[in-house]
Design a protein around this ligand. Structure first.
Ligand code: AMP
Length: 650
């Protein structure tokens, strides 16, 4: 085995890794600025067809490290399986498939299929028969299909074992080896594992050919002057958590907040600015001049918070940075050490806060190990704490203004007196109105919803309820990266009036789409509640869907970027005089609104739908691409090609 450890200090650009231009364009679209270290190290080897043994855990960007080379090397003129990714769990299989779909958004005729236990066999058989270049599955179910002959791997050229140590821990390793033995020996193999126990090395020795070995160098560094803490992302969304921390942290002078993407820096800076923080983005898309200006403003105090990507923040030396917030976890320990080194400068003390999602806990352990320092958990200040803090700061500001000798308030006193006299009001009432007016950006009374952010925009509330409409709508655009448009949040009246309009979307029956997938994608990814999605009609090459009339341009653009069946929806209103082919039967009959306790979508529900009414569909059932979740049909077709037979519902 050849070894190839790497350091994040020497980051290449995606362009230098040898990826084809269509993938580079996609990466620019999704806002990835530079490859993560694991990507920089793996992509060239995988593109060159070499086997690879990668020591990497979740959060390092390993999915793209194998997905991008796989996509670059597929022959899309054939629908036969050419790449197989084995994952230990169904969740990971779905996650990896979603990543493939995201990265393949510019590729025509690309299909990825998640295949896992627990999903209907009938559905899987049909999907497999239809063909997909990439299969992502759990070992047991893949074995089943290989044994039945429903999955043929004779054209397989790439095989990825993801989270191999987890597969070992869960007792799948024999199945994995069996699968390896039933694939062409000429295939390229990549094995990723967070740890490298002997049993995994043995698998690598048996099944990989002269693999390149890639792992994160465990750098240890002293960060004594920096107090490190972490918050486990749970319950409260990240934006809310961030604002609470920014409000409640003692001794916070200036902060750098690290996120992973350029789009992320802008989205978050906008959100913070809208909440009254002096915040700005700093990313590699900005000109050198603009970047310097942001840093200068941070130095002179006209900005307090900078939202940055790793690359853009490298080398920043601003002594007043008291806090580094790792809003998105770094790819590796070295990046973490680089990040937190932005604070604790010039002999001062610094504070680093790390947001850790439950599945990223392993990275937390690695960081503790690398920095040889425990990282303490923090409890978020409650809304009440933040509220009382804001109130005391506000009071202090009022007193400071009154105490300021240079401040001549006579003019303003006269204005207040005029208001009092002209309207027979008390000074108390007028003062209260003025206090209300000055606090609107950062309210003194924090309401339940403040802080729900774009990053959770398409997530469901834990109880399965949707978040507020306007959040969903701005969120949709942010999630798709159309920041400017996102500012045009849907005016409440758009929904309030209940007026609907037909929109045309660029995916139709010929692409194998189902109404359910369309609803799922628009609801889950577009953030529009199911009850605002009306009738859907499928035509051969496109479909129409009823949505609230006069959707703002920003939201339309965001919806247009949603990908269903590998096609962007390209939503546009149907013109009044536009001639459409004769309408097909009402296709909404089989739709159940996930947000309405499973009640049928239209009153025209058919008896067979009753099966779905008793059960509230889970979120993934509505995921646009999880074709395994169609409601059962009376007469056969569960294959996502509705209404072809005589039995089509009317
Ligand atoms: P993974 O380790 O594959 O689970 O990826 C973790 C997260 O990092 C995912 O949300 C990816 O979308 C994101 N990600 C992966 N590569 C990059 C990159 N080069 N730049 C920014 N974000 C990335």
């Amino acid at each position: 085995m050849t070894e190839n450890s790497f350091s994040s200090a020497a980051m290449a650009s995606f362009g230098q890794l040898g990826l084809p231009t269509n993938l580079l364009a996609m990466l620019a679209d999704v806002g990835y600025e530079t490859p993560s270290p694991i990507q920089a190290a793996c992509i060239p080897h995988l593109l060159a067809g070499r086997d690879l043994l990668g020591e990497a855990q979740t959060g390092t960007g390993k999915t793209a490290a194998f997905a991008l080379p796989v996509l670059a090397r597929l022959d899309l003129s054939s629908a036969r399986p050419q790449a197989l990714v084995l994952t230990p769990t169904r969740e990971l299989a779905l996650q990896v498939s979603e990543a493939f779909t995201k990265y393949a958004r510019h590729l025509q005729n690309f299909h990825v299929l998640p295949v896992y236990g627990g999903q209907s066999m009938v559905v899987q058989l049909r999907q497999l028969a239809r063909g997909a270049q990439v299969i992502v599955g759990t070992p047991g179910r893949i074995m089943d299909h290989l044994e039945r002959g429903s999955l043929k791997l004779d054209a397989l050229s790439m095989l990825v074992l993801d989270e191999a140590d987890e597969m070992l821990r869960m007792g799948f390793i024999e199945d994995v080896e069996w699968i390896l033995e039933h694939t062409p020996p000429t295939r390229q193999t990549a094995l990723f594992s967070a740890t490298m126990p002997t049993a995994i090395r043995a698998v690598a020795q048996r099944h990989l050919r002269k693999p390149e070995e890639v792992r994160i160098r465990a750098a240890t560094s002293t960060v004594e002057k920096i107090r490190q803490r972490y918050w486990l992302v749970r319950g409260v969304d990240k934006l809310d958590a961030l604002t609470r921390i920014l409000d409640a942290e003692e001794k916070l002078d200036a902060a750098i907040v690290f996120v992973r993407t350029k789009i992320g820096t802008e989205g978050l800076a906008d959100k913070l600015a809208a909440r009254g923080y002096a915040a700005a983005a700093l990313n590699g898309d900005m000109t050198q001049g603009l970047r310097e200006r942001v840093i200068e403003q941070l130095k002179n105090g006209s900005l307090d918070i900078v939202i940055a990507t790793d690359v853009a923040a490298r080398g920043i030396d601003v002594p007043r940075i008291s806090h580094v917030i790792n809003y998105d976890i770094p790819y590796d320990t070295e990046a973490y050490v680089h990040r937190i080194g932005r604070t604790g400068r010039a002999g001062r003390e610094g504070v680093a806060v790390l947001f850790v999602a439950p599945r990223e806990r392993r990275m937390l352990k690695s960081i503790e190990h690398a920095t040889r320092q425990p990282i303490e958990p923090i409890a978020l200040p409650s809304r009440e704490d933040v509220s009382s803090l804001r109130i005391s700061q506000f009071k202090q500001k009022v007193l400071d203004t009154l105490a300021d000798q240079d401040m001549v308030l006579g003019f303003f006193m006269n204005v207040v007196e005029e208001i009092v006299e002209e309207n027979e009001l008390s000074s108390r009432e007028v003062a209260a109105a003025l206090a209300y007016l000055v606090q609107t950006g950062r309210p003194l009374q924090i309401e339940e919803e403040e802080g729900r952010g774009w990053e959770q925009a398409t997530a469901l509330h834990p109880q399965g309820k949707p978040l507020r409409e306007e959040i969903f709508t701005t969120g949709a655009a942010h999630a798709r990266g159309t920041r400017r448009e996102a500012r045009e949040a849907i005016p409440a009246k758009v929904f309030a009036g209940g007026k609907m309009q037909r929109y045309r979307i660029a995916v139709g029956r010929d692409h194998g789409v189902t109404p359910k997938e369309i609803v799922g994608a628009i609801a889950n990814e577009g953030g529009i509640e199911g009850r605002h999605i009306g009738q859907i009609d499928l035509f051969n090459e496109f479909s129409t869907v009823e949505l609230p009339a006069q959707l703002p341009a920003g939201l339309l653009a965001a919806l247009g970027h949603i990908v269903v069946r590998n096609r962007s929806l390209d939503v546009r209103p149907v013109g009044e005089n536009e001639a459409l082919p004769v309408r097909r039967p009402r296709s909404t009959a089989n739709i159940v609104d996930p947000y309405r306790d499973g009640k049928p979508y239209k009153s025209s529900a058919k008896p067979w739908e009753k099966q779905t009414q008793s059960k509230r569909p889970g979120r993934e059932q509505w995921g646009g691409r999880d074709a395994g979740s169609h409601p059962p049909r009376k007469n056969g077709s569960q294959d996502g090609r509705p209404f072809r037979g005589k039995s089509r519902p009317r």
